[in-house]
Each structure stands twice: as C-alpha cells, then as structure tokens.
Design a protein around this ligand. Sequence first.
Ligand code: GDP
Length: 479
Amino acid sequence: EAITIQELANRMAERAVDVIKLLMKQGQMLKINDVIDADTAELIASEMGHTVKRVSESDVEEGLFSAADADDALESRPPVVTIMGHVDHGKTSLLDALRRSNVVQGEAGGITQHIGAYQVEQGGHKITFIDTPGHAAFTQMRARGAKATDIVILVVAADDGVMPQTKEAIAHAKAAGVPIIVAINKIDKPSADPSRVRTDLLREDIVVESMGGDVIDVEVSALKRLNLDKLLEMILLQSEVLELKANPSRTAEGIVIEAQLDKGRGPVATVLVQKGTLKVGDILVAGSEWGRVRAMLDENGQQVKEAPPSKPVEVLGFNGTPAAGDMVAVVENEARAREIVDYRQRQKRDKASVLASGARGSLEQMMNRLQQSGHKEFPLVIKGDVQGSVEAIAGALDQLGTDEVKARILHAGVGGITESDVTLATASNAPIIGFNVRANKQARDAAEREGIEIRYYNIIYNLVDDVKAAMSGLLSPER
Ligand code: GDP
C-alpha cells in the first residue's frame, strides 16, 4: 500500500514540507504529490513522533457513527417537521405564519434569519421546522440516505383539493415511512370545501380520523392565522406517539440542512443535530469536508455555545462547503477528521471514474477520443416515463456543462429502453439512463454484449449527481 506525501502529512496533521525535508535528509528528492511506500511512510511517521497504525480502507469510517445508545441515556427530543404540498397551496405562508407567531424568543434584538430550519415553542415544547417547503429538499436528503424528518405536514388548499404535487408529496412521505398530518389550508376562502379534500385524500389512501382512519387533519388558514395552535398541538401529539428520543450526553451527530460559501464568513453550514450535543470547539466531518466549530448561531442570529438534539444551528468553521444532506459527525481530533475526509474524497474520485467507464472496457477509448477532439463531451442516452421528466433531466444535465466538459444527449425519449437505444449508445460508447423505466430483455442482452452500462434512477437528483461525478472524472482522470 502506498500513499502520497500530501496524504501522509494530512493524516499526521503535519506540514507536507516537513515530510519532504525529512525525506531529503535521507537522500530522497520527492515532491508533494509523489507516492511513497508504506514502509517509508511508517518510518517517516515514527521519526516525526507519531504512533503508526496501519488501517485498511474500510476501517477508516469504523465507529464514526456510533452504535445505538442505551435506553436509559435517551431523553425525548423535539420533532422535526417538513411541510409539503402542491404549489400555491400555502406552504411558505404556513411556515411564515408559524414562525412569526411562535418562534422561540431569542435575546432582545435578535433578527430572524433564514438558516434552513427554525424552532417554535408550543406549551413549553419545542418543534423544529425545516424551512424549505416542498419535496425537493426532502428527496435530496433521502437520496443521500439521511433521514431528517419525523413528521410531514401535507398542505392541501381547501379550494383546490388534491393536485399532482400533493400526490407526489404523499408518495415521498410514504416511501420514507414518515407519518403525515394533513393541514387543510385556506379555510377562510368562501370557496373552501374541506370535506372534498378529505374525500380526495381517501382516493390516495390517506384516511383522516373523521372518515374512520388514523391520519390527523387540521383545518387552518395561514393567511388569517386560524387554528395554528391546534396544528402545533397535533404535531406534539403525533410526536408523543412516535416517542422521539435521543441521547444528549454524547458526541454529536447530525445532518447538513443547507450550506453555502459566505463572502465574509467562509463556509457556512446549517446543521440539524440528531444525537448528542454539538459544542463550540468540536471537530466535525460532514461528507468530504471537515472543520472545527468556531461559532454557532441560531435562527435569531444569536450565538449559542451548545446545540442539543433537534436543534438547527448555523456552524462556522468548516474548511470547505459541505453539501445539503451530508451526515455530520464529531470526531476526537484533527488527524482523525483529515483521515476520514481524505478517504471520502478518494472514494468520490473512484466512484467518478467507475461511472465514467460506463461503457466497460471502453473508457480509454472514450478518453482518447475526447482528448483528440480537443473538447470533452459526455455522451448519454436518456429514457424516461413521461415527457416532463425527460425534459427536466435533459435541462438539468445541460446546465452541468462547463467550458471543459459537457453532457451530450444523443437521445432523450419517452418509453422503456429498447435494443435500438442500445445500438445508438454503442455508437458513442454512451451509458443509458432509465428514469422510472426499465430495459426489455433484448436491450439487456445487447447491452451486456456491447458493454454498455444501463443505469436506473427514480430520483432526478441522484441521476444528476452521478453524472456530475462522472463528468468531474473526465475533468481530472485518475492515473
Ligand atoms: P406555496 O407555493 O405552497 O408556498 O404557497 P404560498 O404560501 O406562496 O401561497 C400561495 C398563495 O396563497 C399566496 O398568494 C398566499 O397569500 C395565498 N394563501 C396562503 N395561505 C392562504 C390562506 O390561508 N388563505 C388565503 N385566502 N390565501 C392563502
């Protein structure tokens, strides 16, 4: 096993230049990206006063997310709620109304800020709301294997009833196994017909209590602020049933809700703590970034020193900008953080080059051709279930392009993947992407024969993310 000088230095939390100097003393002239073997690395490490422990790749993440907590360490925690529903049914209005009426009072003078989540208080109990309505964020989290939501509030406008995105939201909540509370909104409107909403929902297998089911529904008006307290009470009731608990007395784990690079403050990430308590000074990893918590701010712009389970805080101190949906874990020291992040960045690169070799055994060919032609294009064939999704995918992939590399969509069509799609793909060594569609037997056989990769997706975000990774593989091919 070999390691670059940079990586060795990172793992020891030493400067690469010191490693190079030491190697020089031993008669080796090497540069920062040169590779040294494990024995040399071990020698260097012990000369620099480090204890050497060789780890296999898979050990790196071991123990990062620790085992379940003992029952007696668990304490109840606030529920985390996401609001979903059809466009214009009042998701944003509801989030705003709830926030304005019940937001946990910070110190005097606190200015409310959008950090991606906020807490309200009802009868002495806290509730955390994810401040991004709609199911895009929800799906994005889930796509990364993270579960950030305990309860979904399904907003349905009483004057409009169940609409396409209402159905989508129901599908997402069900797929995630998250209980739904229905908020029948806009009941102030003369044309409001709440009972129609209930019968509409019946058709989607959402049976509210008054119709003999067990789904809670509340009639509200975000505009006139009717029944908002009742909605909050129902959320608390539901969360009691769920028995939401976490151990606050341990190192923190959580999830990134939002992150961006702020001009003045550097990388800023809103972390929703899920276990343990996050503290200023903690060293944490999030996806393939790490940092030391320099400061934490709540949704009122107030500094906080500690964040217990279900509390969202803006974290300052990351060295790079993590991505929404990244899992966060506190680690014991900087060396450990670097080790994990190095490992993950390596994984990311490997994954990218695996995907770039979509057409097995033809990556070299493709790279050669791309290099010869002077510009890099990433050929793709896309098949989807409906025109709308095919167009959305094509549009999203188009936007990924840079001057250096861009997606070239050979064909984007509606319907299952057929042999003629494979023929088309073979001509350009292009992978085929199926969105909510499958390949028939002839197509599968042909793909197998030609070494064409067929990838299936049902979440656009995953698809785009993977193509992005593959394209960055083209940008910097691994040697
Ligand atoms: P979103 O797209 O689901 O986030 O919906 P918005 O919150 O942006 O609301 C869409 C429109 O419905 C806006 O014009 C709101 O003012 C209006 N609206 C939202 N809630 C209510 C309500 O309870 N009553 C009435 N009459 N209008 C509402």
